[in-house]
Design a binder for this molecule. Structure first.
Ligand code: SF4
Length: 227
């Protein structure tokens, strides 16, 4: 399996924000978000090939019970079922971070799904050559429904503007999501912008009963790799 990085940090986002976790970042993605914050796993994928046993052993070097399998898109990895099964055998709590476009059978304690909104389509980058594929793949309501029915889940959205909210709420209606499992995070890659947008978004969460999530890793360490 192609692995971009394995590191120990705290979960920065979502229902488990603050929990010490080992991150296993797979390399390779079926989407090409215009604003992708891990281009080294999508636009220019890099990493090393590791066997499942090596990945499990590396994760085991750290004192955390929680393992976050992220990407890229971990659900496109052919060995994702085997990896998550071995992590479960080792007693780990497994979060999978996915865009929710691919359905495969995995061992998972929290399916952390981040459906991609229209603002992700790369209309300019590389002359827009990825835009048609991305637009066709990014929203798969049947896959989302199956993932929600099969695993404990959260739906995470990064919100930059009110148009994002309107689109997200249409999507939530369409897939009949449990609103108590929806987590909203402010868009931003520096602590100042996050705080300002966060105050705006917190008011919306209060009004509409969504869960607000910080982005602790950006707050603490800025927009860097391996944190
Ligand atoms: S789904 Fe995630 S990894 Fe893939 S392009 Fe979008 S932001 Fe990047």
């Amino acid at each position: 399996m192609k692995i971009s990085e394995i590191f120990y940090s705290i979960q920065g986002e979502g229902m488990l924000a603050g929990v010490p976790s080992v991150f296993v970042r797979t390399s390779g993605c079926n989407l090409r978000c215009s604003w992708c914050d891990t281009p080294y796993t999508s636009w220019e994928p890099e990493g090393v090939a590791m066997r499942v046993a090596e990945i499990v052993a590396e994760a085991g070097r750290h004192p955390a019970r929680h393992v976050v399998v992220t990407g890229g898109e971990p659900m496109i990895q052919p060995e994702i079922g085997e990896l998550t099964g071995r992590l479960r055998d080792a007693g780990r709590h497994i979060t999978i971070e996915t865009a929710g476009t691919v359905l495969v059978s995995v061992a998972c304690d929290l399916m952390s799904i981040s459906p991609k909104l229209a603002n992700s389509t790369p209309r300019e980058r590389e002359g827009g050559r990825w835009a048609p594929v991305h637009e066709r793949l990014r929203y798969q309501p049947d896959v989302l429904a199956q993932l929600m029915a099969s695993y404990p889940y959260q739906l995470k959205f990064v919100i930059a503007a009110s148009e994002d909210l309107a689109e997200m709420e249409n999507l939530l209606d369409e897939i009949r999501a449990d609103r108590s499992r929806v987590v909203l995070m402010p868009e931003g890659i520096d602590p100042g912008a996050l705080a300002e947008r966060g105050r705006w978004l917190a008011e919306i969460c209060k009004e509409r009963s969504y869960r607000f999530s910080p982005r602790l890793h950006v707050m603490l360490w800025g927009n860097r790799r391996g944190v």
